[in-house]
Design a protein around this ligand. Sequence first.
Ligand SMILES: *[C@@H]1O[C@H](CO)[C@@H](O)[C@H](O)[C@H]1NC(C)=O
Ligand SMILES: *[C@@H]1O[C@H](CO)[C@@H](O)[C@H](O)[C@H]1NC(C)=O
Ligand SMILES: *[C@@H]1O[C@H](CO)[C@@H](O)[C@H](O)[C@H]1NC(C)=O
Ligand SMILES: *[C@@H]1O[C@H](CO)[C@@H](O)[C@H](O)[C@H]1NC(C)=O
Ligand SMILES: *[C@@H]1O[C@H](CO)[C@@H](O)[C@H](O)[C@H]1NC(C)=O
Ligand SMILES: *[C@@H]1O[C@H](CO)[C@@H](O)[C@H](O)[C@H]1NC(C)=O
Ligand SMILES: *[C@@H]1O[C@H](CO)[C@@H](O)[C@H](O)[C@H]1NC(C)=O
Ligand SMILES: *[C@@H]1O[C@H](CO)[C@@H](O)[C@H](O)[C@H]1NC(C)=O
Length: 245
Amino acid sequence: MKYYFVGLFGLSLLIFSHTSNLYSENFGLKNFTIADSDSLILEVALKNKFLCLQKCFFNPYCLYVRYENNNCSLFTQDAIKNDLNSTNVKTVYEKKKFNFQEEEAGNSNQIESNGTCLNSSEFWSLKTNSCLPCKPGFIKYSEVLFLCYHYQSGLKNYTGSKAYCISKSSFLFKPKTKIERNFFVQKFPLQTAYINSTTNELENIFKLPIGYSFDSVYSLVIGPKGLLNDVFNYKLFNLTICQHD
Ligand SMILES: *[C@@H]1O[C@H](CO)[C@@H](O)[C@H](O)[C@H]1NC(C)=O
Ligand SMILES: *[C@@H]1O[C@H](CO)[C@@H](O)[C@H](O)[C@H]1NC(C)=O
Ligand SMILES: *[C@@H]1O[C@H](CO)[C@@H](O)[C@H](O)[C@H]1NC(C)=O
Ligand SMILES: *[C@@H]1O[C@H](CO)[C@@H](O)[C@H](O)[C@H]1NC(C)=O
Ligand SMILES: *[C@@H]1O[C@H](CO)[C@@H](O)[C@H](O)[C@H]1NC(C)=O
Ligand SMILES: *[C@@H]1O[C@H](CO)[C@@H](O)[C@H](O)[C@H]1NC(C)=O
Ligand SMILES: *[C@@H]1O[C@H](CO)[C@@H](O)[C@H](O)[C@H]1NC(C)=O
Ligand SMILES: *[C@@H]1O[C@H](CO)[C@@H](O)[C@H](O)[C@H]1NC(C)=O
């Protein structure tokens, strides 16, 4: 396990040495109260703040970073309450370019306010605000009303998991909200699975050498506590979860 991370950091440092200013280009400082421990998606001991910021940068689910006493904590967009009167105000890093925020569906408030389709082969579509049928082989779970899931056991690497979901006209599990992460923890205790971690955009940002695809090296998984960590994508996991909306 150790070797994966050494390798990954080595690669990351190499890439970052090409960028002039990680802080100002990619992160801003904000004073905030971290409101919700369920928005924590990773907590690791790291001796270097840059490595911590990189972890967030490469993790599309991460919007906020706190780095304190070698404790690197990554949080989703649901973390923050702008309550500067609280005694618990901390200085956190906020990622400047965060794609998930721009997606319409997946807003937590919207998800909580709406939609129950009683039939388990129908889900609540946030796009159409109506009940729609799940694709063949997929079902809607009562924990996540707005998506349909399909899962399969069998050892697969990232490419294999991704291809399997595409073959089902769907894509890999994409646990954007704590509802979805909790669902995973309850439904698949102690398991690990690849998640949607599309990183193609990074290749443009960093202008990697020709033939060197970041996507072919690094992928994200969801693990037993619902935390989202990075692994080299040749690792095999015995669970593939696909979803569609
Ligand atoms: C955050 O708060 C600290 C102490 O109250 C202050 O020195 C700092 O300027 C603030 N930073 C931002 C980005 O507002
Ligand atoms: C690290 O930060 C997380 C999130 O803020 C917190 O829950 C945890 O207790 C901290 N751990 C240590 C060892 O300080
Ligand atoms: C913060 O405290 C100030 C002064 O005590 C008060 O005027 C303000 O409304 C408070 N803000 C919030 C968000 O509670
Ligand atoms: C969805 O929720 C919104 C806000 O709570 C409400 O105005 C709307 O009527 C709901 N739509 C349906 C179809 O229940
Ligand atoms: C559930 O929905 C599916 C797909 O829309 C439909 O074929 C089926 O008849 C429904 N079942 C019930 C009990 O309504
Ligand atoms: C990730 O999700 C997006 C849609 O939100 C999809 O276009 C993309 O193909 C997915 N990637 C993978 C690897 O499943
Ligand atoms: C992933 O598994 C497939 C076979 O399912 C294999 O062809 C491919 O080389 C593997 N990729 C990596 C990065 O290990
Ligand atoms: C993968 O999971 C299935 C179903 O839980 C189990 O039967 C099988 O033994 C597992 N395979 C491996 C290699 O762990």
